[in-house]
Design a binder for this molecule. Structure first.
Ligand code: PMT
Length: 490
C-alpha cells in the first residue's frame, strides 16, 4: 500500500493532539505513523469521518484530500453563489500558525483559499500544511519558472476577490507601504486590484514605533483594512498591543469585505462628482483664508465609489494626501474654481460635497503683500464677500444629479443645524458631523475617524465612530441600495 501523507492529515485535523485524541493513542504512536507513512486499519474510518465532518472530501483508500473542502450544511454557500476566492498571504511571525485556522474557517464559508507564504513564514509553518488545508497549491517563489508558467503573479493577483495578510509583520507592512515588490507576497500586494485586509502581529514596541504607525496610516489611507492588533501577551512574552486578532475576528471581517465586493460593479456606468479638502482664498500674495480639512473623508469616498465601478470626478482643494487610484482628479484652490470645475463635470448621477469650502473670500485680494508700515497702529481692514454655495448650486442645477449629498460640519446644535442646511441647500441627504476640537468624539478635521448622523427629509440615522474609509464604504453601500429606487422614480 502506498504511503499516506500523515502530516497533511494531522494539519487538516487540527494538529497532532487532535489525531491522538481521535485514535486514543499517545504522541509516540503518532510519530510512528509519520515515520512509516501509514495508519492502523482501525484508524481509517475514524480519520475519514473526522475529516468529512471538517468539510473535506477524502479518498478512503489513499486517505488523500482530493477536492476542495465541501461547504458545511447550514453555512452560506458563498463559493457556489459568487465564486468567492481569497489569496491568503502568510507573513513570518509566530502567529503564522493561526493562518491555518483562518484558512479552514474561510473555507467553512465556501470560500476558495489560495495560500502565499513569505520566506520567513516558512520558518513557522510549511507550504505543505497550508496546501493540505486549502487543497490548492501554495505559492512562495516570485522567480519560480514553473509557477510563472502555471500561474503568472499578475494572474494570481487578479484572480482573487480579496487579499488577506495573516500575520502582517512590521516588515511586510513597511514594504507594502513603500510599494516594494521584492518577493512574491509584496509583488502580489502591489499588483492586486482586489481589496486588502491585514492582521498585524508584532512586539508592542515595534507596533507603537513611529515608523510602523506612519506605515499603518499610509496603508489605511490607501484603503487597506487593518484588523487589530489587540492588547495581550505577545509571543515574546511582553504585555501590550501587538497580539494578532483572533481567527474569528479576521474571518468575520473577510466575509464582510467579500459581501461588499459582491456589489463591486453595482455603480458601473454611473458618474459621481465628489468635492474634497479645503478651499484656499487669497487675501494677498502670501496670506489666505482656509481651514483644517485634510481631504481624507472626501478622498476615501471617491476611492470607495471607484472600487464599485463608478466613474468618479474628484474636485479637491490643496491637500497633502495622494490622489486616490482610478479617479479623474481636478485640483483647485478657491471656491470659485471648485464651482467651475463641478459645473464642468456635469452631468453626474451622484454628487457628494465633502469639501470644507470657505464661506467667504476677500472682496479684492491684494496683488502684492499687504505691507505693515513702521508706525502702523491699526490693523488693515479686509472686506470679505460671500463665496458661491457649490452644494446649493448643484442641488438647483438644470442638470441636477439624481442624488445630491452634503456634509454639515457643526460645532453647536448638530442635528438642528444640519437639518436646516439640508432644507436650505436642497440636497437629498446630509451627513452631520460634530467638528468642535473639544468635542467628546475628538477632532474630525485631519483625523482618521469620523462619526456622523445621516439625515434625510424623513429620517435620521446615527452611525457609530468609524474610520473614514469605513464610513466611505458604508455611505457607498447606502447609495447602491438607494440608487435603484431613485432611478425607478425617474
Ligand atoms: O477633510 P477631512 O480632514 O477628512 O475632514 C472631513 C470634513 C470634516 C471636512 C467633512 O467630514 C465635512 O464635514 N465636510 C463639510 C465641511 C463644511 O464645509 O461644512 P459646512 O457645514 O460649512 O457646509 C455644508 C455643506 O455645504 C458641505 O457639504 C459643503 O461642502 C457645502 N458647501 C459649503 C459652503 C460653500 N460655499 N459651498 C459648499 O458646497
Amino acid at each position: 500500500m502506498s504511503r499516506i501523507d500523515v502530516a497533511a492529515l494531522i494539519t487538516a485535523l487540527g494538529g497532532r493532539e487532535s489525531l491522538q485524541h481521535l485514535l486514543g493513542v499517545g504522541p509516540s504512536a503518532v510519530s510512528n505513523y509519520l515515520t512509516k507513512g501509514a495508519l492502523p486499519n482501525r484508524a481509517r474510518p475514524l480519520v475519514c469521518q473526522a475529516l468529512q465532518e471538517r468539510g473535506y472530501q477524502v479518498d478512503p483508500q489513499s486517505l488523500s484530500i482530493t477536492a476542495l473542502p465541501l461547504v458545511k450544511s447550514g453555512r452560506p454557500q458563498a463559493r457556489e453563489r459568487q465564486g468567492a476566492a481569497i489569496l491568503l498571504i502568510v507573513g513570518g511571525g509566530i502567529a503564522a500558525y493561526k493562518a491555518l485556522e483562518v484558512s479552514r474557517r474561510l473555507q467553512d464559508h465556501g470560500i476558495k483559499v489560495t495560500g502565499v507564504m513569505t520566506k520567513a513564514a516558512q520558518q513557522f509553518i510549511t507550504p505543505l500544511s497550508l496546501s493540505a488545508l486549502t487543497a490548492q497549491k501554495t505559492y512562495s517563489d516570485l522567480f519560480s519558472l514553473t509557477e510563472e508558467a502555471e500561474m503568472g503573479h499578475i494572474r494570481l493577483a487578479r484572480e482573487t476577490d480579496l487579499v488577506v495578510v495573516v500575520p502582517a509583520t512590521a516588515s511586510l507592512m513597511a514594504r507594502t507601504a513603500q510599494g516594494l515588490a521584492d518577493d512574491l507576497a509584496t509583488t502580489l500586494l502591489l499588483a492586486t486590484k482586489a481589496p486588502i485586509i491585514m492582521a498585524p502581529a508584532m512586539n508592542p514596541a515595534m507596533w507603537s514605533n513611529a515608523a510602523t504607525q506612519a506605515n499603518l496610516a499610509t496603508l489605511r489611507q490607501r484603503g487597506i483594512e487593518v484588523i487589530g492588533p489587540v492588547t495581550g501577551e505577545t509571543a515574546c512574552g511582553e504585555e501590550g498591543k501587538g497580539r494578532m486578532s483572533g481567527p474569528d475576528t479576521i474571518v468575520t471581517a473577510a466575509v464582510a469585505k467579500l459581501a461588499q465586493t459582491v456589489s463591486a460593479g453595482a455603480l458601473t456606468g454611473k458618474h459621481a462628482l465628489v468635492t474634497s479638502g479645503p478651499t484656499v482664498e487669497p487675501l494677498d500674495a502670501v496670506r489666505f483664508i482656509s481651514n483644517h480639512s485634510s481631504g481624507r473623508q472626501g478622498h476615501a469616498i471617491a476611492a470607495a465609489l471607484a472600487r464599485r465601478g463608478t466613474r468618479v470626478t474628484l474636485v479637491s482643494g490643496p491637500v497633502n494626501i495622494p490622489d486616490p487610484p482610478g479617479v479623474a482628479m481636478i485640483h483647485v484652490r478657491t471656491a470659485e474654481q471648485m464651482l467651475a470645475a463641478c459645473k464642468a463635470a456635469l452631468p453626474a448621477d451622484i454628487a457628494i460635497c465633502t469639501a470644507a469650502v470657505a464661506d467667504w473670500r476677500a472682496q479684492k485680494p491684494v496683488k502684492g503683500k499687504i505691507k505693515k508700515l513702521p508706525g502702523d497702529t491699526a490693523a488693515p481692514t479686509i472686506s470679505l464677500t460671500k463665496n458661491p454655495d457649490i452644494l446649493a448650486q448643484l442641488s438647483s442645477h438644470s442638470q441636477r444629479p439624481k442624488l445630491v449629498i452634503g456634509f454639515a460640519a457643526e460645532t453647536d446644535n448638530l442635528q438642528a443645524n444640519a437639518s436646516e442646511k439640508l432644507r436650505r441647500k436642497g440636497c437629498d441627504w446630509i451627513l452631520a458631523n460634530a467638528v468642535s476640537p473639544d468635542s467628546s468624539d475628538g477632532t474630525v478635521f485631519g483625523n482618521e475617524h469620523n462619526k456622523v448622523s445621516l439625515i434625510t427629509s424623513d429620517e435620521k440615522e446615527d452611525w457609530p465612530m468609524m474610520l473614514k474609509t469605513e464610513l466611505a464604504d458604508k455611505l457607498v453601500q447606502r447609495i447602491i441600495n438607494t440608487i435603484g429606487v431613485v432611478n425607478a422614480k425617474n
